[in-house]
Design a protein around this ligand. Sequence first.
Ligand code: IPE
Ligand code: IPE
Ligand code: MG
Ligand code: MG
Ligand code: MG
Length: 327
Amino acid sequence: MQILGQILEQIEGRIRAYSGPREPEGLYAPVGYIMTLGGKRIRPLLCAAGYLVDRPELEERVLDACLALELFHNFSLVHDDIMDEAPLRRGKPTVHERWNVPTAILAGDVMLIDVYEQLRMASLPGQLSAVLRCFHGVAVGVCEGQQRDMAFEQAAGVTWDAYLEMIRGKTAVLLGGSLELGGLLAGMDHDRAVLLGRLGEALGLAFQLEDDWLDAFGDPALTGKQPGGDILRGKKTALYVMSMAMAGAESRLELERWFDPGTVSEPQTRVQAVLDIFERSGSREAVAARAAGYHEEALGLLDQLDGRGPGATLIRHLVGQLKGRKH
Ligand code: IPE
Ligand code: IPE
Ligand code: MG
Ligand code: MG
Ligand code: MG
């Protein structure tokens, strides 16, 4: 879709302009590294699309909000990779691997701090309060989700509902907030902005289910992440939680044994054994089906959204692109 390509080019231009060399280099080189390492730019694209639901074309200031969302996302990735002890991101060494953990913490911090300045610049005088309120809810939600995600590594008996609550925080609220912020900057009324947020959350739930699925069954050359990274880290992903709900008693015990850090095994053996259980239990299929269900929910909410601009069509296109994504 041509207009989507043009918006992406504008977003990339703004990211490049932000990511140039700055002093002190020790702080900003890792920021430039992660910001220009690629990535799908879904959150800024959603923000732009949210704005365009009611407006015919983008304004310069909206690109500041797009940058803010990509900055927040990359801050969360840099810190997430420390928490998850991940070696690879977008096919390259993670920031804490390439530099070190203290450098990665501070690079993440400065990106988060810059988010607020970009949001200030993006907002018209009467909009800043609503924009900050919306972003605050998102940022707190991500922290809550990330804490639940870490706690699940040690927890037994994670339910599907608890899992959903976790991913709603760590991932879905940011996709929802991206659309909603776009709407708020366009001066959209409260109810329709909230509808945009709900649509983005449904899309975000699908997005994280697919992220979990790809970590296990995707092509590492395309995902750019360590093969089987979630399994090696003992993550209670959708595949794990669904397997525990669907598998027979014997397979459940087997799965628990492979997830027990005390079980000694070659990493590859562990990954393969767990993948086999995900397959056998039907969880591989079931998680993909749940993701498809949330995509449908997002499209259903989109049907309720009228608007004068091209935004609704752009959102439909983005949802289509994300469905069954490979990275
Ligand atoms: C990865 O996000 C982290 C999740 C919330 C699943 P993306 O899949 O959007 O990562 P990039 O920005 O495209 O690399
Ligand atoms: C990421 O979840 C959520 C945030 C970064 C806030 P994951 O830990 O599954 O993301 P990836 O798989 O490392 O990209
Ligand atoms: Mg991670
Ligand atoms: Mg994580
Ligand atoms: Mg993941």
